[in-house]
Design a protein around this ligand. Structure first.
Ligand SMILES: [Zn+2]
Length: 504
């Protein structure tokens, strides 16, 4: 991959990864080293981040792009991709790699494994023998998804895919797989925390395993759990491995266990062809009862409005919809489908629909769909205080990459939700993920009960629930924090408790 002349200078060991970048010669490494006066990868990365690479004579724009890709400096905040897209692309690569006979094990790592709401690159770890490395590189370079390989180190391939996403593929042998999985999952501050724990025990932690800091002898590394055990701590789920303080990590061990998708008993925000969805209620019920057999109930929450002209269900049609739900439930033999609705929160914080309409519904979601720029604390609190409102939909109003959460005093909002017994939503749509992870954690710390919803408009959207579960896990939620892991009887009890509080 490299052009190397007979008399080319040797690449200094401290800058070896720069020599692995496509079409960078030893002479060019030397020019970069001398012009920028860098002697380590850390100094090099700092110089590149400061835009100094462009000052080195003879380095082309294409080479600069490849170097930036190889050192993960190519992506900016604007070009990070939504978790959903990265997950779909990552799982596609896992399926392909798992079919190569050279691949013993393969996993996603990095922010994709930690389920951050946006992801820079697709990080993948493969377990393979040293002997199979070349064969693997060849196969990866020849797969139809590969556009180009921008860097190849001994244990690292940096690949640009045809969809323009970047895949960073790391290799580890069986002996080091667990250590590499842990190390490349990160985050960087979490690794620093592990390094410190290791240091306290006279050990060193890195992608090659735990080693004795005196003798350099290998101690552990085959499995992540081996390393945790030697460091004297329990397994920590990847979603929680962010840059928290030590005492926060310690508190995580007090959580019973993080909520899982299979614990969900229902989906409590679904749109049908009665408003802005594409599917009939019957088709949705048939699909969900087969696809997610662990669901015991689903709540239809079409957008009901007497003011908006389009894509809404006029209030006077709710009665007909209820008859249709009764008809399908009778065919199914039990009340699988619940009669909910979504109503707008008006400028003054009141729901648009009148009380007598709201009181007929099994479940009322109230959401802000206007005035995203202003501080919405008062509107959210008033909506929580309304006795007929059970849940606030997409509470912060953010649209990833388009619109930040509107300003609000979140502690005051969470206090109001907890005080009134109102649930807040974790909306699972890939561009919403609202509440976000930090607000989720803040909400449950204040005693708020959350609901994870797909907010689906079509059948493929029901899978988004898994994203909402990932956000809940990043917010350190267990089953008891999430209302729709409870039975419908318990949901009724939650509603009754709100009624009692409202009457006090
Ligand atoms: Zn909405």
């Amino acid at each position: 991959m490299k052009r190397r002349g007979k008399n080319s200078p040797a690449i200094p060991a401290s800058l070896a990864p720069l020599g692995h970048v496509k079409d960078i010669t030893a002479g060019e490494v030397q020019a970069i080293q001398e012009t920028l006066n860098v002697n380590s990868i850390r100094e090099l990365v700092a110089a590149i981040s400061n835009g100094l690479l462009e000052t080195v004579q003879g380095i082309t724009a294409v080479q600069i792009k490849n170097i930036k890709r190889a050192f993960k400096l190519y992506k900016t905040d604007d070009t990070r991709i939504p978790l959903w897209d990265a997950r779909v692309a990552g799982q596609e690569l896992l399926r392909i790699f798992a079919q190569f006979p050279e691949v013993e094990k393969v996993a996603l790592t990095g922010s994709l494994r930690r389920c951050k709401d946006t992801v820079g690159d697709i990080d993948i770890l493969i377990q393979a023998t040293e002997a199979d490395r070349r064969k693997l590189l060849y196969k990866i370079s020849r797969m139809p998804q590969t556009e180009s390989i921008v860097a190849t180190g001994p244990h690292h391939f940096c690949v640009v895919l045809r969809n323009q996403l970047q895949a960073d593929i790391r290799l580890a042998t069986r002996k080091h797989y667990g250590a590499s999985l842990l190390y490349y999952t990160g985050s960087v501050p979490y690794n620093q925390y592990l390094e410190k724990l290791a240091g306290d025990k006279g050990l060193r932690f890195g992608p090659l395993g735990l080693t004795d800091s005196q003798s350099g002898e290998y101690v552990a590394g085959e499995q992540e759990t081996d390393i945790f055990r030697h460091l004297g701590i329990g397994y920590l789920d990847p979603e929680l491995r962010e840059g928290y303080e030590e005492k926060t990590y310690a508190a995580f061990y007090q959580i019973p266990s993080l909520v899982t998708f299979n614990q969900l008993k229902g989906d409590m925000q679904i749109h049908t062809d009665w408003s802005d969805g594409t599917e009939s209620i019957a088709a949705i019920a048939r699909y969900l009862s087969h696809t997610f057999p662990h669901y015991q109930y689903i709540v239809i929450t079409d957008h009901v409005s007497g003011k908006r002209p389009n894509h809404v269900l006029p209030p006077e049609d709710l009665f007909r919809q209820a008859e249709e739900i009764d008809r399908i439930n009778a065919l199914m033999g039990f009340d699988y489908i619940k009669k909910g609705l979504e109503t707008d929160i008006l400028e003054n914080g009141a729901p648009e629909l009148a009380n007598d309409i709201l009181l007929q519904a099994d479940w009322v979601v109230a959401s802000i769909h206007t005035d995203f720029a202003r501080d919405n604390t008062d509107r959210l609190i008033r909506a929580c205080e309304h006795p007929a409102v059970h849940c606030i939909g997409h509470p912060s109003g953010r649209m990833i990459g388009m619109r930040p959460p509107y300003p609000a005093d979140w502690n005051a909002v969470f206090e109001a939700a907890a005080r009134t017994g109102t649930a807040l939503e974790i909306n699972s749509r890939p561009n919403r993920l609202d509440l976000n992870d930090a607000l989720i954690h803040q909400a449950i710390s204040r005693g708020v009960t959350l609901v994870i919803n797909s907010d689906a408009r079509t059948l493929s959207h029901f899978d988004f629930m898994k994203l909402g579960v990932s956000m809940a896990r990043r917010g350190a939620c267990s089953k008891r924090d999430i209302l729709n892991t409870w039975s419908w009887n318990d949901v009724e009890a939650f509603k009754a408790a709100k009624q009692r509080l409202a009457q006090q």
